[in-house]
Design a protein around this ligand. Structure first.
Ligand code: NAD
Ligand code: MN
Length: 481
């Protein structure tokens, strides 16, 4: 007997979206200028949600100048214990407004409400609480007796976890005494603008946080601006490369969090039910728009058929549709461009003779959607085994021995995340030592905590965010380099 779910939509009445937004500079919003506006859309319905401003050269100038003034006059000289109060205040305001922010994020991004409500927002608040705790204890963080801030940080974030990526960037920067100019991603600017209001509510001194909206060009201007002391970027490896070229020869500090092609390695002694759940959350969480997704599944040959069968059964039960419905597991693809990229790579998998299976779930008529999909018969030569798809598509490979698993897992230009599924603790440690990945999860996947550093090797970038290690990215100390 199969029960149908009744619709359980979260109300959007808690959110009020202005028809137009200016830029948040020096503690206030600029007036929206008509020829500077671009739209942001709900990817589940294609409804235009609002029009936001594209920051141009003089806007970037003003934002950087405001951040510089705040660094020199208010935030820089302020004792850490005072900075901490502001960060705690911001954290509490985020908690108070978390339902509103979760709905807003779901509307603008397309991810399911159960994820924004239960994952994104709690982690956003946790990042501010955690870093508030550090603000007055930096001399005990291992960066010398009086670690100094860098100055003005230019920060550029992607669309897959809009508010969470903002928190990862802003919280450590402010805790360490820096001021920031942050550029939100072009398809998901609304929660960053809501955060600007929260800065006002918290009475944060003007210029400490400046929020710019705009596309790649705005990001480039921020990177190239001579007034920024540090650039922190999360996004694609290609853009990461261009940023690295742009800051070469300057004395700007740089951290890059780029793409990934994480291996999720399953041994024949892994507990199968848990493992299947872990594989699902590893690649289908957030529609696979996750840089550290477990997008390459490596199965020990003796259990491969069974795991794939169980996985297909499980995927057939996932509910795809209205992201605001509390029962929805898979939301919308963030943009038409991203959907085209996923389609193109999935087609390449078929053309290169991997076997495609897609969940039979119906897709809504409007909006951008892609069903949970598995490719079996994938070899290391396939594009879908080498390139980041950034969508709900899993490539399955097999192995026979632990050595072969390590070799295959590491056979990638990336090095962000990896997973190990086995009952043996000794094997977990043996594998973890050999995996070239910044994060290795064992018998779990996609777990995040502000106390734990996150970052990559190789083409996944460099520098760490979170934990004591993440503080080093915002402090002027040789130890941190
Ligand atoms: P993208 O690199 O095109 O965009 C990311 C951000 O950079 C956006 O705000 C964009 O406007 C800005 N940008 C674009 N061109 C720029 C330029 N020349 N100079 C400065 N800024 C510029 O990435 P995308 O395709 O929108 O996002 C998906 C990618 O991001 C994936 O490859 C994914 O792996 C990666 N990502 C990585 C992490 C991580 O933590 N490592 C997290 C999320 C996403
Ligand atoms: Mn949007």
């Amino acid at each position: 007997m199969v029960f149908e779910y009744a619709p359980a939509p979260e109300s959007r009445s808690i959110v009020s979206i202005a028809p137009e937004y200016g830029l948040f500079i020096d503690g206030g919003f600029t007036a929206p200028v008509d020829d500077q506006l671009f739209t942001t859309t709900n990817p589940a319905t294609e409804e235009v949600l609002s029009r936001v401003s594209e920051a141009r050269e003089h806007d970037v100038d003003r934002a950087v100048a405001a951040a510089r003034r705040a660094f020199e006059q208010t935030w820089g000289p302020m004792p850490g214990a005072e900075r901490a109060k502001y960060l705690y205040r911001i954290a509490r305001l985020i908690q108070e407004r978390s339902r509103e922010l979760a709905v807003l994020e779901t509307l603008d991004n397309g991810k399911p409400i159960k994820e924004t409500r239960d994952v994104d927002l709690p982690l956003v608040a946790a990042h501010f609480f955690y870093h508030a705790g550090w603000a007055d204890k930096l001399e005990h963080a291992g960066y010398g007796p009086s670690p100094r801030p860098l100055g003005v940080a230019g920060q550029i974030i992607p669309w897959n976890f809009p508010l969470l990526m903002l928190a990862w960037k802003v919280a450590p920067a402010l805790a360490c005494g820096n001021t920031v100019v942050l550029k939100a991603a072009e398809t998901t600017p609304l929660t960053a603008l809501a955060f600007a209001e929260i800065c006002q509510q918290a009475d944060l001194p003007p210029g400490v946080v400046n929020i710019l909206t705009g596309a790649g060009d705005t990001g480039r201007m921020l990177v190239e601006h001579p007034g920024t002391d540090k650039i922190a970027f999360t996004g694609s490896t290609d853009v990461g490369r261009s940023i690295m070229r742009a800051v070469a020869g300057t004395d700007k500090r740089l951290t890059l969090e780029l793409g990934g092609k994480g291996a999720n390695v399953v041994f024949d002694d892994a507990p199968i039910d848990e493992t299947v759940e872990g594989i699902v959350s590893g690649i289908f969480f957030n529609q696979g728009h996750v840089c550290c997704a477990g997008s390459r599944l490596l199965l020990q040959e003796s259990v491969a058929d069974e795991v794939v069968e169980r996985l297909k059964e499980r995927l057939s039960t996932l509910r795809l549709g209205d992201p605001l419905d509390k029962n929805t597991d898979i939301g919308a693809i963030n943009s038409a461009e991203q959907l085209a990229r996923i389609d193109e790579l999935a087609k390449s998998g078929e053309e290169e003779n991997a076997e495609r299976w897609s969940s039979p779930c119906p897709l809504p008529d409007r909006g951008w959607w892609f069903p949970p999909t598995i490719f079996t018969g994938v070899t290391q030569a396939h594009r879908i085994a080498r390139e980041e798809i950034f969508g709900p598509v899993l490539s399955v490979l097999t192995f026979r021995t632990p050595d072969e698993a390590v070799a295959k897992a590491n056979n990638t230009p990336f090095g962000l995340s990896a997973g190990i599924w086995t009952e043996k603790g000794s094997r977990i440690l043996w594998m973890a030592q050999r995996m070239r990945a910044g994060v290795v999860w064992a018998n779990t996947f996609n777990r995040f905590d502000p106390t734990s550093p996150f970052g990559g090797y190789k083409e996944s970038g460099f520098g760490r965010e979170g934990g004591i290690q993440g503080l080093g990215a915002y402090l002027a100390t040789e130890v941190a380099r």
